[in-house]
Design a protein. Structure first.
Length: 572
């Protein structure tokens, strides 16, 4: 016989050799031990998880004369007869190529004949979802009440395409994807049996590429073993898989994380110019970003990723320096680009557009991009900033002097001309490493002060209420704060129709509705209002009920009735 591929050479011959699927193996072994074999089984699940393999083991086991731990012995006359290709007691039918009604009618006729060597006649129908509706109807009655010697095992990757009348007549077993740890053990055992030397990182890369499928993993391992004559390395596996050079992938992803659009696009062009496919490049970039996220979040990342030390160190450096929201945003952009490529006439343009968009969060209004920019700003502020405030603004004191490498320039419009609308507000806050001067205004004299970031934010948004502040602007800023926080839209709606006044420094909010009064004074709403007003410098406030006054119409009607006492007046 010619050369056998790994997945055929090392196909399990008994239940104990099956990788995972313990829940299915246990049920089948118990049925064999208790002589409770059913007449119809449905094996469904992803490809390469052992559906056909378990079907063959089960078919031989129920016919074996001396089963060993419910597995076929392989030595008795029945096992030897079933191992021959000419035996008809176990029939495998490929429904993908034999999906017509004529094939199922032929099966319905042959199923009546008793088995030749064993106790049961087993029909394994692979990819059963490919049968036509007429074929399903032809086999339906036989599947419902088959002869006592007949057992049907249906295997499929898409059980949702099977009619409910068929599903209800089968014992359904759902196969699961195989964990990477078990795939690594399987690949190592195969390499050890074949005398192939390997690196652990190479085996881990093969198992990841297998994506939960034992057959896919063994097929990749077979190619890698043929590629490398010596010890199988991580670089050998990448070469077999057609992946781009890992260092180049790390370089392009690092430039995207550092928002270097020019460098990222140049690096992508260099990789594509070597002949690498666009789809392969996106897949490799997504794999790198996934590793970054695992390293950033998981405590056992070293064991999960399982990469060479130098490679892991490079990923760790990128993960520590990057913001989680930024990694998530870039991953989503590249994932969308991978999907869009299926419908794109030029995948290269799709990739380049995604790289530019991922590298330029300042031009993206996606929520993750905005959060990433906010986190970057907070990180700069936490390092400390130097604040320069013009003499026209009140000085602000702080407890701690901050480094001199950051600066903030604040220019205020005089209070008499203040306008708090977003279009005409003249306060300017410039955050940079080196604040430039405005060429359109005279250079003001500046007084230096150091402030905590929180104090500075509160000062810029609204100065404290006092003698030098126009109190008529406080309520407008209060409403604006409620609108822009997006924390309590109902409270914003309730406060829109309030009247207000000041009694000294105490803010009085007036409402004509008792329901509104009770709602605002509720504990959670009252706490929120107090927090917002305290940020505006108002430490004392009260919500009062003001009975609704007489309207002009009601006053006119009252006077009319008084002047024409006794007359009948109709309101229309």
């Amino acid at each position: 016989m010619g050369y056998l591929a790994y997945y055929r050479m090392f196909r399990p011959a008994g239940f104990d050799e099956v990788v995972r699927q313990e829940h299915i193996v246990r049920i089948l072994k118990n049925q064999i031990a208790g002589d409770k074999v059913g007449h119809a089984y449905l094996f469904c699940g992803p490809r390469g998880t052992g559906k056909t393999t378990l079907a063959k083991i089960f078919a031989r086991a129920i016919n074996c004369e001396n089963p060993q731990n419910s597995s076929p012995c392989g030595k008795c006359s029945v096992c030897r007869a079933l191992a021959e290709g000419s035996n008809l007691d176990i029939s495998e039918i490929d429904a993908a190529s034999n999906n017509g009604v004529d094939e199922m009618r032929d099966l319905r006729e042959k199923v009546q004949y008793p088995p030749v060597a064993g106790k049961y006649k087993v029909y394994i129908i692979d990819e059963v979802h490919m049968l036509t509706q007429s074929a399903f109807n032809a086999v339906l009655k036989t599947l419902e009440e088959p002869p006592r010697h007949a057992v049907f095992i249906l295997a499929t990757t898409e059980p949702q395409k099977i009619p409910a009348t068929i599903l209800s007549r089968c014992m359904r077993f759902d196969f699961k994807l195989i964990p990477q740890e078990d795939l690594e053990s399987l690949i190592k055992s195969v390499f050890e049996k074949t005398g192939k030397e390997y690196e652990d990182s190479a085996v881990a890369a093969i198992a990841r590429a297998g994506a939960g499928s034992a057959r896919d993993s063994l097929s990749i391992a077979d190619m890698c073993a043929s590629y490398s004559r010596g010890k199988l390395t991580y670089e050998d596996v990448n070469a077999v898989l057609g992946s781009a050079d890992w260092s180049k992938i790390a370089d392009i992803c690092g430039r995207i994380l550092n928002e270097d659009a020019n460098g990222a696009l140049t690096a992508a062009e260099q990789i594509l110019s070597t002949g690498k496919g666009v789809g392969v490049l996106i897949k490799d970039m997504l794999s790198f970003l996934n590793d970054c996220m695992i390293v950033k979040i998981c405590k056992t990342a070293r064991e999960i990723v399982n990469l060479p030390d130098e490679t892991y160190k490079r990923i760790e450096e990128a993960a520590v320096s990057a913001d989680g929201h930024k990694i998530l945003r870039i991953t989503e952009i590249l994932s969308k680009a991978e999907t869009d490529m299926r419908f794109s006439a030029n995948g290269r343009i799709t990739l380049e557009t995604a790289v530019l968009k991922a590298s330029m969060p300042q031009s993206d209004y996606n929520i993750d991009a905005l959060i990433g920019k906010i986190n970057a700003l907070e990180r700069k502020i936490s390092e400390g900033i130097k604040v320069e405030i013009s003499k026209s603004a009140p000085a602000v004191q702080a407890e701690k002097a901050l480094p001199q490498n950051k600066s903030v320039a604040v220019e205020q419009k005089p209070a008499a001309a203040a306008d708090y609308s977003s279009e005409s507000k003249k306060q300017k806050v410039l955050l940079s490493d080196d604040v430039g001067e405005n060429p359109f205004t005279p250079k003001p004299e500046r007084a230096e002060a150091h402030v905590q970031p929180q104090l500075f934010d509160n000062y810029v948004s609204a100065p404290p209420v006092g003698a030098s502040t126009d109190k008529t602007k406080v309520f407008a800023k209060f409403i604006k704060a409620l609108r822009t926080t997006h924390k309590n839209a109902v409270l914003f709606t309730l406060c829109m129709d309030l009247d207000h006044t000041f009694e000294g420094d105490k803010l009085i909010l007036l409402t004509e509705s008792e329901a509104v009064l009770k709602s605002i004074n509720r504990a959670d709403n009252s706490k929120f209002v107090s927090e917002v007003l305290s940020e505006l410098g108002v430490t004392d406030y009260e919500v009062r009920y003001k009975p609704r006054g007489e309207t002009d119409y009601e006053k006119a009607m009252r006077e009319l009735k008084e002047n024409f006492n006794g007359a009948e007046i109709q309101e229309k």
